[in-house]
Design a protein around this ligand. Structure first.
Ligand code: HBI
Ligand code: FE
Length: 273
């Protein structure tokens, strides 16, 4: 049985999931028979709305991979997706009751297992939810796990997370995760596009991230991203832009130990000086 994780980000509520269902590594069965017709309908409507918004805003790799999630008129079974995903990139998705502690999260990624929350938001949360649910996790994150370069980057990120934990730098690495995997932008041949799951699964932030005039869009700089605090309950003020997933992989491949050392001398880093 798994313990409830500590509170994440700025939330003052306990996480919603039932952690008694989870194993020691925080994974759990997808409780498929517990989904109601209303749950499936919420997923179908979310998927349909979001898929319509994507053209010219989502990156090419995401657009190409989205159909590989399979069914869109109900919540998919994780095993159905895994049959395709595992043969594409060796990744698999595993159910979790919601947000899980960082070390458990990083360990799963380092083993090419992506945790997907199994419950879905309530109808009154249709437009906005702070915690990840099955729609955010599947629609936002899983398509890019079909891309070989991005898939390798996610595994390396997990391994880097375990190291960051040993060095007391989880918060800094989590900021990088936030500004890349959750809210990253990419420069493509037809213009700026989103690849971050938090943008791709949000109806409002998709347009905002690409077109809003009162946001900063900076080339991805690891130190700067690690020094930039983030808000979990409003659109981002700053986005970081990459040129390719290969660039993201190359920027994040080095050992960050010297970067954490460098951050210790800098205000706003969140690390003791
Ligand atoms: N747990 N299920 C889940 N999903 C996440 O995205 C997640 C998490 N636990 C920790 C976490 N993210 C953050 O700390 C990341 O920055 C690593
Ligand atoms: Fe996410």
């Amino acid at each position: 049985m798994a313990l409830e994780p500590h509170v994440y980000g700025a939330s003052d509520r306990p996480p919603r999931g039932d952690y008694a269902r989870a194993a020691a590594d925080y994974t759990c069965e997808q409780a498929y028979q517990l989904y109601t017709p209303a749950d499936h309908e919420t997923y179908r409507r979310l998927y349909q709305r979001q898929a319509m918004l994507l053209p010219r805003l989502a990156c090419d790799e995401f657009m190409a991979a989205l159909p590989r999630l399979g069914v869109c008129e109900r919540i998919p079974r994780f095993e159905e997706i895994n049959q395709r995903l595992y043969s594409a990139t060796g990744w698999e998705i595993v159910g979790v009751p919601g947000l899980i502690p960082e070390v458990a999260f990083f360990s799963l990624l380092a083993n090419r297992r992506f945790p997907v929350t199994d419950w879905i938001r309530r109808p009154e949360e249709f437009d906005y939810i702070v915690e990840p649910d099955v729609f955010h996790d599947l629609f936002g994150h899983v398509p890019l796990l079909f891309d070989p370069v991005f898939a390798d980057h996610m595994q390396a990120y997990g391994a880097g997370g375990l190291k960051a934990h040993r060095l007391g730098a989880c918060e800094q690495l989590s900021r990088l995760y936030w500004y890349t995997i959750e809210f990253g932008l990419i420069r493509q041949k037809d213009g700026l596009r989103a690849y971050g799951a938090g943008i791709l699964s949000s109806s409002g932030e998709l347009h905002h991230a690409i077109h809003s005039v009162d946001t900063q869009r900076l080339p991805l700089d690891i130190v700067r991203a690690m020094r930039t605090r983030y808000k979990i309950d409003s659109y981002q003020k700053t986005y970081f832009v990459i040129d390719s997933f290969q660039q993201l992989f190359d920027l994040t491949a080095p050992d960050f130990t010297p970067i954490y050392e460098q951050l210790k001398g800098m205000p706003g880093s969140g690390l003791p000086t």
